[in-house]
Design a protein around this ligand. Structure first.
Ligand code: NDP
Ligand code: OXD
Length: 314
């Protein structure tokens, strides 16, 4: 019976590929779900759910009709010529993953606002010193990127009493949130933000956006939290800003090369907190439901909710 079903193939270097296969088989029983390499007849593959897929997959599957990413940021797939422009590319939007990222951003915000960074350093020196701090209502957090993730972060921070402002490509009106857009807008948000949280997609316009000019615009002693992509950041500018005291701490989840190489100076900087791209790990059980819906919509000829706009690059 399974032999007659169209094939959905899963291709990812992650060690939970089998968990994705199982979850997708449950969420999309109308497909024969196989790991790439185990699909008996590539001509029957109509859909794939992938993260860093092999080039061969696109060569060998002439009837592929939709590519679904197993994560939210798809710049690496947009750079691949095998993901032909006529193939709809979908990205993962899963409420569980969104909640995970928002909670991580809140944790990072509290970490700096309540100065856990300082107390961790003090503990290493066995120093007992208390520091007063600004309360949430006195702390402005700027969120760069007001898409699915940025809005969820902003909402959770507001529920926890923080003053929140945000920045996006196009102007926006969001209840209770001061918003800016464009390059002047970026400076305006940075200059008001004690803590800046970046959750942008990586595009030609956003590459290296977290640089010395931006840090110079921030209030003295500010903090940076980056959950977007490593290539948003100019690491040398960050370390210079931390060394001069312009910034006082950074929490980084993403890096240009992952895993972060052992000799990278970010590992050792006393004011940098390295987090191994785990702010919002995709959850196979809930992610599979969203992926199945997206693939079904494409196969029905509908425009899926999470279609990547190749022109704008996210
Ligand atoms: P969305 O596409 O929903 O939102 C992107 C936001 O970025 C939009 O508000 C968009 O503006 C804004 N933006 C894009 N380009 C610019 C620009 N040039 N100037 C200003 N704003 C810009 O994406 P998500 O919120 O779902 O995810 C964002 C990114 O977060 C992902 O691409 C990925 O890199 C990263 N991510 C990281 C995770 C982790 O675990 N570390 C997990 C999930 C995502 P506009 O609204 O005007 O279009
Ligand atoms: C993603 C990520 O883009 O995990 O989903 O960074």
């Amino acid at each position: 019976m399974a032999a007659s079903l169209p094939v959905l193939t899963v291709a990812t270097p992650w060690d939970n590929a089998e968990a994705w296969r199982t979850a997708l088989a449950e969420a999309a029983p109308e497909f024969d779900v196989r790991l790439w390499g185990e699909a008996p007849d590539p001509a029957r593959v109509v859909a794939c759910a992938v993260w860093h897929p092999p080039a061969l997959l696109f060569e060998r599957c002439p009837n592929l009709r939709v590519v679904h990413a197993l994560g939210a940021g798809v710049e690496h797939l947009l750079q691949r010529s095998e993901v032909r422009p006529d193939l709809p590319l979908l990205r993962l939007v899963d409420p569980v993953m969104t909640e995970r990222l928002a909670q991580w951003a809140l944790a990072g915000t509290l970490f700096f606002q309540r100065r856990f960074d300082r107390y961790l350093r003090q503990q290493r020196e066995r120093r007992w010193l208390r520091h007063d701090h600004e309360d949430a209502g006195e702390t402005t957090v700027g969120v760069l990127g007001l898409g699915v993730m940025g809005r969820a972060i902003a909402a959770l921070l507001r529920r926890n009493g923080f003053q929140v402002i945000g920045w996006s490509r196009l102007p926006k009106e969001l209840p209770g949130l001061g918003t800016w857009s464009g390059s002047d807008g970026l400076r305006a948000v940075a200059s008001r933000s004690a803590i800046l949280i970046a959750v942008l997609p990586l595009t030609g316009d956003t590459r290296s956006i977290l640089d010395g000019d931006l840090f110079a615009a921030m209030p003295e002693g500010g903090f940076l939290i980056n959950a977007g992509r490593g290539d948003h950041l100019v690491p040398a500018d960050l370390m210079a800003a931390l060394d001069t005291g312009r910034l006082d701490g950074a929490l980084l989840d993403v890096f240009p090369v992952e895993p972060l190489p052992a000799d990278d100076p970010l590992w050792h900087h006393p004011k940098v907190f390295v987090h191994p791209h785990a702010a919002a790990i995709s959850n196979p059980r809930t992610g599979a439901i969203a992926i199945a819906e997206g693939i079904r919509a494409v196969l029905r000829g509908e425009r899926p909710a999470n279609l990547v706009d190749r022109e704008r690059g996210y």
